[in-house]
Design a protein around this ligand. Structure first.
Ligand SMILES: [Zn+2]
Ligand SMILES: [Zn+2]
Length: 377
């Protein structure tokens, strides 16, 4: 098949910025040096660039996982231009295609099934999208957003302005304009771009798949460190409208923490959260499918297969029962209609059901573990 034409502007941009970053930045460091204030400014710029993409482009505009105050939207729009990752409108359109057609080598713009290089950067180096490049049918909602459209129409100007003015201001404050341009301009740009690109490449190759094995997306705690929490990509692909990517409190997801913190001061609202029951069910169903396929490859495993099905059915039944009562209890607490006697009876039922579900979960996990350890025939 004939390859689409090369986009020389993109090739030149990525090559020049990368080569100058790995040569000029260390050279200036050895010759002149960077002081501590510049490193602090560099880290601040990394977070501003990166989180304008993760909290703004990704979770707010592409997925509508929450709502943001217009002031915050303007801050994201400027930070997105600072990151040089195309306009929010275009980025969101590509990203919605990625979710809708994930891994489809024809329609997913950065399909991981086409390899690391393609999903990381190769997809931007040739005219792979052809005539559909400016098709914004899947972002009609965003075309009604004045801030998104203002950024889209003035993208080039905003990109040049932010990439010159922000380092210039830092240079004035720290007294070293060249150092500010090298660290907060160049190095920050190259690193923040490649860290975002890792979500399309590495987060579809390296990690675990606890919530679904129907696509290549992976959960990877290490990548979360580089991507402001977006490394929990397996969870994200199945529950894309959740404002969180790392759902445990100890998961490193600064984007989630920032969105939540802003909600206390009215800058964000309507934060969408996936019900725990759906998450637990997804985990059990994924493990069920995995163990089932493992058993299918083994001979004389009908007994184990039957047990697997039974344990799974019991688990789902207990899980549904537990969450049903839990939901009722929360509703009652909300409405303050909890009469004392009813409450204690329900509380007891709640505790028993929770225990029963947890015990079954242990049995379930142990059983799966024992089956998965068996040597395949
Ligand atoms: Zn993805
Ligand atoms: Zn997404």
């Amino acid at each position: 098949m004939k390859k689409p034409p090369i986009i020389w502007l993109n090739v030149a941009f990525f090559t020049i910025t990368f080569i100058t970053a790995i040569t000029l930045v260390p050279w200036y460091g050895f010759e002149v040096g960077y002081d501590a204030n510049l490193w602090i400014a560099f880290i601040a710029c990394m977070f501003y660039s990166g989180m304008s993409i993760t909290a703004g482009y990704h979770r707010l505009w592409a997925h509508k996982a929450y709502q943001a105050h217009p002031i915050l939207e303007v801050i994201y729009a400027l930070g997105g231009a600072f990151s040089v990752q195309n306009s929010a409108l275009h980025w969101s359109s590509d990203h919605r295609l990625h979710h809708g057609k994930v891994d489809d080598i024809e329609h997913d713009p950065y399909a991981a099934t086409r390899g690391f290089w393609f999903s990381h950067i190769g997809w931007m180096l040739r005219e792979h999208q052809g005539d559909t490049y400016s098709n914004y049918n899947n972002v009609r909602d965003l075309q009604k957003n004045k801030i998104v459209m203002w950024q889209h129409k003035n993208y080039l100007l905003l990109t040049i302005a932010t990439n010159l003015l922000i380092p210039l201001c830092i240079g004035i404050v720290t007294g070293d304009f060249i150092a500010a341009l090298l660290l907060c301009g160049l190095l920050r740009l190259v690193l923040s771009q490649h860290f975002t690109f890792f979500i399309n490449s590495l987060a579809h190759i390296w990690g675990t798949r606890p919530y679904t094995e129907t696509n290549t997306a992976r959960d990877n705690g290490f990548l979360a460190l580089l991507t402001y929490g977006e490394g929990y990509h397996n969870f994200h692909h199945i529950f894309a409208s959740d404002y969180r990517n790392g759902i445990q409190w100890w998961h490193y997801d600064p984007t989630k923490w920032m969105i939540k913190s802003f909600s206390y001061v009215g800058l964000t609202s309507n934060l969408k959260v996936t019900p725990d029951e759906r998450i637990e069910k997804a985990k059990a169903t994924t493990l069920f499918a995995k163990t089932k396929s493992c058993l299918a490859n083994s001979a004389n495993m009908q007994e184990q297969m039957d047990r697997l099905q039974t344990e799974y059915d019991v688990l789902i039944n207990k899980l549904q029962h537990y969450y049903k009562v839990r939901k009722r209890l929360i509703e009652m607490q909300k409405q303050k209609m909890l009469k004392q006697c009813e409450r204690s009876a329900l509380m007891q039922q709640y505790t028993e059901l929770k225990e029963a579900w947890q015990i079954q979960n242990q049995v379930w996990l142990k059983f799966n573990e024992s089956v998965l350890k068996l040597p395949a025939n």
